[in-house]
Design a protein around this ligand. Structure first.
Ligand code: NAP
Length: 275
């Protein structure tokens, strides 16, 4: 599992250890992870791994250590992620590459290292933590959404590719959850802004002030993810939170209206049917 020293990932680690499961937990800081778990948690089945997800060799090494320690791998959870709030034109090339390195290339590194193991054993579960913003895109969130949309695209293809090997794929789409996500520790902001997007500045302030009042309970979120994996095969997408469900439903309705509006014009580019 990736991204484990805070938030949803930390709650997942805690609950899995309490259940008696073995957990390989990657983080940028094992020290922070162990500190956050505290004294009360039995860590004898925990393998903390300090890994830079952008580094394929480090990811591979972490998977080798995991299989050496636990003798196999049942579930892979790609959870690491962070928000970035800026207008599209305020987002630098570095910002884009950093986000996609973590949310797309990093996930791909994990999948390349773990899928052969799941495939060989003909079973397993991949859980990719996306967001409702992997389905819905809103002003100021373009880069985050680009990363999560990419994650959704790769996950959908993956699910169909690996189904015959007995591997399940679940895309998790949380709404607002009361983790560290909206704190200055997690959320990234642009180095420079323009005066042209007062609405985005207001949105950023509102989001920083949301901390502590988000609807989603991460303890319940982690439990829901565990239940979903234990239950095995299920819907490809697991929406978490009534806010997420409402946003996703609106998106589906808007998409349907858009499809209806282009139903006449779309076929105009087809070659004529041949007899
Ligand atoms: N909370 C929400 O409202 C919400 C909503 C929808 C989706 N999500 C998604 O849920 C997942 C978990 O987020 P959270 O809510 O638990 O937030 P969080 O409390 O900020 O935790 C995020 C985790 O992701 C890892 N991470 C953050 N930036 C990273 C980077 N640059 N490189 C590598 N790892 C990084 C961190 O791992 P380490 O520090 O241990 O390395 C951290 O444990 C993320 O994918 C997030 O996008 C959250």
């Amino acid at each position: 599992m990736t991204g484990t020293s805070r938030g949803l990932g930390l709650d997942l680690v805690r609950q899995l250890l309490e259940r008696g499961d073995s957990v390989a937990a990657t983080t940028r800081s094992s020290e922070r992870l162990l500190g956050a778990l505290g004294e009360g948690v039995d860590t004898s089945r925990l393998l903390p791994l300090t890994v830079d997800l952008r580094d394929e060799a480090q990811v591979k090494q972490a998977v080798v250590k995991t299989t050496e320690r636990f003798g196999g791998l049942d579930v892979v959870v790609n959870n690491a992620g962070y928000g970035f709030l800026a207008a599209v034109e305020e987002t630098t090339d570095r910002d884009v590459r950093d986000m996609l390195d973590v949310q797309v290339a990093g996930v791909w590194n994990v999948l390349r290292a773990t899928l052969p193991i799941l495939r060989e054993q003909r079973g397993g579960h991949v859980v990719n933590v996306s967001s409702v913003l992997g389905l819905v895109s809103v002003p100021g969130w373009a880069l985050y959404c680009a990363g999560k949309y990419a994650l959704e695209g790769l996950s959908e293809a993956l699910a169909a590719e690996v189904a015959d090997f007995g591997i399940n794929v679940t895309i998790v789409e949380p709404g607002y959850f009361r983790t560290d996500f909206l704190t200055q520790d997690s959320l990234a902001l642009p180095a420079a802004t323009t005066d042209h997007y007062p609405g985005i500045r207001e949105m950023v302030d509102n989001h920083l002030n949301l901390q502590g009042s988000q609807l989603g309970d991460p303890v319940k979120g982690a439990a829901a993810i565990i239940d979903r994996v234990v239950a095995g095969e299920g819907p490809l997408r697991q929406v978490l939170g009534s806010d997420s469900h409402a946003y996703a439903t609106s998106k589906v309705q808007a998409l349907q209206a858009n499809l209806d509006a282009t139903a006449q014009s779309a076929p105009a580019t087809d070659f004529p049917a041949t007899a």
